[in-house]
Design a protein around this ligand. Structure first.
Ligand code: NDP
Length: 457
């Protein structure tokens, strides 16, 4: 049984039966049978079903947001924002899918009677193993385009977002997704591993680098398509020509939104030495004002961590940084109350000898480090095996572009951060992943091209 615990009270919310070797095998077989029929339904029909699913999300947004808050501790205003933004993201897929999977004629030679075409066929049955931090975003980025393009999906939500996963599966059924096409697989990581023992046609994974490596290794046994959206250690660099108070406020949000548990959260900040003291003063003052506590309250900005074990990771990072000379300006301790609460922490004068500047924190902790110029900023920003996003704040686009074009990351930001758009590809490099979601490429990734050589005579 899977026990769901409310991370803000430590109360048991519910127990759910998890999947077993036998039920997984049954679901995989069902999905295989159902996929062929689903791929043969018209695209218009598949679009209609997904449109209904989106409408159900709109109608049930409040209940879904409350469920998410109860099981993973996301502050209620942020849970609502996630569900709402998801309903605004899905229409992109609905509008684009027809164009993306249309058969292309790339040669039509009247003299020889030769035509060449590319058609886009579904992969087949794919696994979607998903993280808990934004279950609506990371789930729909995969299963919506996967379903629209005619695949069947075996959806394993994280055990920390299992109730949300269950609610999503229920709404899929209500929306008219035929039985077997969208299968919920419930359980811990072990259940995810069992799922990958089957010869599927692809696995689309969102989670940590460590688990991503295991997923890739497991998938290699059957040579299925592998796509990994993994963690990050995303840097921001603040140049000396900005409005310091405005940028400090933006970066507090970029760091601490969702209690710092975002894949593209700002995880390290470099500040030009000329404005370092002023920046730090604004930043720390703002962090001191963040409302930490009961995630069901409208006023709460920082809720509990979703997982108890992460508290220790943050404590270790802070102890390591302080031992190596960083100054803890604010926070950095567990709150004396039930729940996995951690006071948002700001470490100053960090160096790259400290784990807080090298390993993903995935919680409300940030290191801030002064730099002497843009060249040093580029060197430090690039000193990581991760490559998800990088941000630069400066009044000059030219200066930002010069820095950002040197970043080996899937996404770069000028004067913004922690932002995802359905129109742009979302991808990581290095330890941040392989493949992509979103944009038209993120629809095509659920298809396989077939090359047609057609000769009339
Ligand atoms: P994990 O890697 O712990 O888990 C991800 C998923 O994999 C969960 O469903 C988990 O199940 C499952 N799992 C665990 N072990 C295995 C295994 N051996 N085989 C198959 N599946 C397994 O990540 P988190 O859920 O903790 O998510 C946080 C991480 O995800 C962070 O690193 C974050 O940066 C990253 N992330 C990346 C995003 C991106 O777009 N690049 C977006 C969002 C998050 P269970 O949870 O039940 O153990």
């Amino acid at each position: 049984m899977l026990t769901i615990v409310n991370p803000s009270t430590e109360d048991r919310v519910e127990q759910l039966p998890d999947d077993t070797v036998v039920t997984i095998a049954h679901k995989v077989e069902q999905a295989k049978h159902a996929q062929a029929a689903w791929a043969n339904t018209s695209l218009a029909e598949r679009i209609q079903v997904i449109r209904r699913f989106n409408q159900l999300l709109v109608e049930q947004a409040e209940g879904l947001a409350s469920l998410l808050t109860a099981e993973m501790g996301k502050p209620i205003t942020q849970a609502r924002a996630e569900v709402q933004a998801t309903t605004q993201r899905i229409p992109f897929f609905l509008e684009q899918v027809e164009r993306v999977i249309q058969t292309e004629t790339v040669l039509a030679d009247p003299n020889s009677g030769l035509r060449e075409q590319i058609s886009h066929e579904p992969l087949g049955v794919v696994a979607n193993i998903s993280a808990w931090n934004y279950p609506y975003f990371v789930g729909t980025n995969v299963f919506i385009p996967a379903l629209l393009t005619g695949n069947a999906v075996l959806y394993k939500p994280s055990e920390y977002a299992a109730l949300t996963g269950q609610a999503i599966a229920h709404l899929m059924g209500q929306a008219g997704v035929p039985e077997g096409v969208f299968q919920l697989i419930l359980g811990t990581g072990e259940v995810g591993a069992l799922l990958l023992e089957h010869p599927l046609n692809g696995v689309f994974f969102t989670g940590s680098y460590a688990t991503g490596c295991k997923v890739a290794a497991a998938a290699s046994r059957h040579l299925m398509k592998v796509q990994l959206e993994l963690g990050g250690k995303d840097p921001a660099y603040v140049c000396d020509d900005v409005d310091v108070a405005t940028v400090a406020a933006a970066l507090v949000d970029g760091t601490f939104y969702n209690t710092g548990q975002s894949c593209c959260a700002i995880e390290r900040i470099y500040v030009h030495y000329r404005i370092y003291p002023e920046f730090v003063a604004h930043f720390v003052k703002r962090v001191e004002g963040l409302q930490v506590g009961d995630p069901t309250l409208e006023t709460t900005y920082i809720g509990p961590l979703a997982r108890r074990a992460q508290l220790q990771v943050l404590e270790h990072q802070i102890a390591d940084a302080v031992a190596k000379g960083a100054k803890l300006a604010v926070g950095g301790y567990r709150l004396d109350r039930p729940g996995y609460f951690f006071a948002p922490a700001v470490l100053l004068d960090t160096t790259h000898a400290m784990t807080v500047m090298r390993e993903e924190s995935f919680g409300p902790v940030i290191g801030i480090q002064p730099v002497s110029d843009d060249a040093e900023a580029v060197q430090l920003m690039s000193d990581t095996p991760y490559g998800l996003t990088a941000s630069v704040y400066t009044a000059q686009e030219k200066r930002a572009r010069a820095i950002l074009q040197q970043m080996n990351s899937g996404t770069v930001y000028w004067n913004c951060c922690d932002r995802v758009s359905p129109r742009l590809p979302w991808s990581g490099r290095g330890h941040s992943g392989v493949g992509l979601t979103l944009s038209t490429y993120g629809i095509q990734t659920f298809t396989q091209p077939k090359a047609w050589h057609l000769r009339t005579n």
